[in-house]
Write a protein that binds this ligand. Structure first.
Ligand code: HDE
Length: 727
């Protein structure tokens, strides 16, 4: 579990952060200089002829400052522009030698430094964290054998099967090119036009319409390498491998209405959450999981291992947890680190290799190519955050902004003048050798028929969801297609949905008030070659033998901890100290974060005349920024809170978003003033608390215990059914 450290937060060092230190500038107690080190006497006034001007071209101090400012921006990433990064370490549990020779997966003593960047995909750099979207989960391991990048997402499958469709997919989802609307949203015509013509996206669509696309926190989402990769051991034996990240806090989401509100109240919600957790010593942790498939089992599955629209159900191949990632240090500078970090699937180390997944193969080209534009030239690997922790020796030279001073005359190989250096590394010396997969094939532009089952895993995912999760998918599709203006696109999508699940299609059709096409033909994949026969591109209908998989539902996630959950206490002057402090202490002992919210900022005075710190007034706080809410007792405090419209709204909204709610016995009247007063259960047995998520009364310790059980459940989705809360 994440460890809670005493303040102040430490910024742990590792082999990578040590190499960053010489590049780090600290201005404290220093005099101001130009970029050439000349001390600056006046940074307030430009050089002028007379105190009323004009300005003089001679002013090298002004010119340097302004020129640098004029050139501050670099192109944002074409996708995944909005992101947040953190440093950390990775440690393997047991040597993995039987599967891979990768050093960092074999030495249990080594703490491999990592830099991780989380991101949304579609929005631009300044967009909200809470968009309905996949999340990027990119990890750079600075290993003793060079950098290994695991550039994954929080969803284990992808929209398309062949990289050549990626520009089309992204053009469709990005804001429409004439109006540049909508920002960071897939709910528009061009996206659904494309999707409705691409049946291969059906599985991914189920995931992005599910709660997975609305994480509560980056710290509470899974990560996936998506493609099948290869492990290679010392004997050269290869196994297929799928990579997973399993968060130790469980996988949790927010509600869609909540997400939209958070986008207004705090568009940096995920960035702030990650930053604050690390600053306060609540280091986020994930276990690295692998699914291993022996080479000889390549064709044993109902789907193709090279098809990135398919996952391997954990029931078929269990996930072995092989090591732990801990994020323990925030970056010092967003631009230098998070913005300039350059990930690429081609950054591999001996022991890890690629497969022929056509999506993976295309990505191997795209990532370096995009860095050349984004970071301005071929020397981006020399930017401190991108440098490996091992030394670099080759004959690549020059280019814009070259940092390395390569000594000597020789920059070619073979050479005799340099004594043959740098010499190629034998495999026994750690030289990378590609897996000698046998290929014997004609050169064709084609897609394998083994990729044409587009629906069985979309159905598996839908069938695996709990009822509330299914409802959320229906609501999400109704919302997204409701924003689509072209009726024909909505109808085409209903055709696709009915091939996944007829009930799902019927519910979305009901919301849109159009009818589901009866027995729709299996959709043709419309990206067919000009001379192709459409019949050759039909989807095939496969009834997968696995009907449901527990690992796919977030309802089955970890629900036994309240660590790092944010709990709002609504209080005012006259608050009863025992009822506030006892519950606060109990929650904090379990690792939760408590914030007191009051009508005015700074402090309240308790019934015993003690000042109690207030984190937010109702002006700057909102229930959507908290996981649960508690109203402590105290006659005057309760009367003030009951009369405070913002407090009642806070509670109504918390109820609407299915959060745990608690009130001291004497504060019960505050809950009576809410829209959900009729839903307050009269008994508070553990069973009721687990079902309803509302706790009122009892002594403060018992109340705290029950409240903790409720918060750990995360959400009480059953409450959504009546939809009676007008908050
Ligand atoms: Fe990416 N992707 N991608 N992608 N991707 C980029 O590279 C691309 C795909 C992912 O935090 C770009 O440096 C193609 C799958 C992450 O810096 C670009 C295809 C997965 C990040 C690119 C895919 C990802 C990127 C843009 C289809 C999950 C952010 C900026 C073949 C496994 C990394 C950049 C960061 C970023 C291309 C599909 C994950 C353009 C061509 C599948 C996490 O190179």
């Amino acid at each position: 579990m994440a460890t809670k450290k005493a303040e102040p937060a430490v910024q742990p060092e590792n082999d990578k952060t040590v190499t960053l230190a010489p590049h780090t500038e600290i201005a404290s107690d220093q005099l101001m200089t130009t970029n050439t080190g000349t001390r600056i006497n006046d940074d307030q006034n430009s050089l002028k002829a007379g105190d009323r001007g004009p300005s003089l071209l001679e002013d090298f101090i002004f010119r340097e400052k302004m020129t640098h400012f004029d050139h501050e921006r670099i192109p944002e990433r074409v996708v995944h522009a909005r992101g947040s990064g953190a440093h950390g370490i990775f440690k393997v549990y047991e040597p993995m030698a039987s599967l891979t020779k990768a050093g960092f997966l074999n030495d249990t003593e080594i703490e491999t430094p990592v830099f991780v960047r989380f991101s949304t995909v579609a929005g631009s750099r300044g967009s909200s964290d809470l968009a309905r979207d996949a999340r990027g989960f990119a990890v750079k391991f600075y290993t003793q054998e060079g950098n290994f990048d695991l550039v994954g997402n929080n969803i284990p499958v992808f929209f398309i099967q062949d990289a050549i469709k990626f520009p089309d997919l992204i053009h469709a989802v990005k804001p429409e090119p004439d109006s540049e609307m909508p920002q960071a949203a897939s709910a528009h015509d061009t996206f659904w036009d494309f999707i409705s013509l691409m049946p291969e996206s059906a599985h991914m669509i189920m995931w992005v319409m599910s709660d997975r696309a609305l994480p509560r926190s980056y710290r509470m989402m899974e990560g996936f390498g998506v493609h099948t990769f290869r492990f290679i051991n010392e004997e050269g034996v290869s196994s297929f491998v799928k990579f997973h990240w399993k968060p130790l806090l469980g996988v949790h989401s927010v509600a869609w209405d909540e997400a939209q509100n958070i986008s207004g109240k705090d568009p940096d919600f995920h960035r702030r959450d990650l930053w604050d957790a690390i600053e306060s010593g609540n280091f986020p942790e994930w276990e690295l999981g692998v699914q291993i498939i022996p080479e000889e089992d390549e064709f044993k599955f109902e789907f193709d291992l090279l098809d990135s629209t398919k996952l391997i159900p954990e029931e078929l191949v269990p996930v072995q947890r092989i090591g732990k990632l801990t994020l323990n240090r925030n970056p010092d500078n967003f631009h230098a680190e998070t913005e300039q970090v350059a990930f690429h699937l081609g950054h591999v180390v001996p022991g890890i290799d690629f497969t022929n997944d056509p999506l993976l193969q295309g990505r191997l080209f795209s990532y370096t190519d995009t860095q050349l534009l984004r970071l301005g030239g071929p020397n981006f690997q020399e930017i401190p955050i991108n440098r490996p922790i091992v030394s670099v020796h080759n004959n690549q030279r020059d280019g814009h902004m070259r940092q390395t001073i390569n000594k000597g005359k020789v920059s070619y190989s073979p050479n005799s003048l340099g004594g043959g250096s740098p010499a190629q590394a034998k495999a026994s010396e750690g030289g990378f050798t590609s897996y000698a997969e046998r290929i014997d094939a004609g050169k064709v532009r084609a897609r394998s028929k083994s990729f044409f089952d587009h629906f069985s895993q979309a159905r598996l995912f839908f069938n695996s969801q709990s009822d509330p999760e299914k409802n959320h998918i229906v609501d999400a599709l109704s919302f997204e297609l409701g924003k689509v203006k072209t009726v024909a696109i909505r109808e085409r999508m209903l055709g696709i949905l009915s091939l996944i699940d007829k009930g799902l299609a019927a519910e979305v059709a009901f919301a849109l008030r159009i009818s589901v096409p009866q027995d729709p033909a299996l959709p043709v994949n419309h990206s067919i070659p000009a001379d192709g026969d459409p019949a050759d591109y039909d989807s095939v209908m496969v009834e997968g033998s696995l009907k449901s998989s527990d690992a796919l539902s977030m309802a089955n996630t970890i629900k036994d901890t309240v660590e790092t959950r944010k709990i709002a206490f609504l209080a005012a002057d006259g608050v009863d100290e025992v009822s506030l402090k006892t519950v606060k202490a109990a929650l904090e002992a379990e690792g939760a974060v408590v914030e007191v919210i009051a009508p005015r900022l700074n402090y309240i005075i308790s019934a015993n005349d003690e000042e109690i710190y207030v984190s937010h007034s109702f002006l700057t706080a909102s229930s959507v920024l908290y996981d649960a809410v508690y109203v402590p007792g105290g006659t005057n405090s309760v009367a003030t809170i009951e009369a405070e419209a913002d407090a009642i709204h806070f509670l109504n909204e918390a109820f609407k978003h299915c959060k745990a709610i608690a009130a001291d016995e004497s504060a019960a009247q505050v809950l009576e003033a809410t829209y959900f007063s009729k839903k307050i259960p009269s008994d508070f047995s553990e069973e009721t608390v687990l079902r309803e998520g509302i706790v009122v009364g009892g002594d403060a310790e018992t109340l705290a215990d029950k409240f903790i059980i409720a918060i750990a459940q995360h959400r009480f989705w059953e409450r959504e059914k009546p939809r009676k809360i007008p908050a």
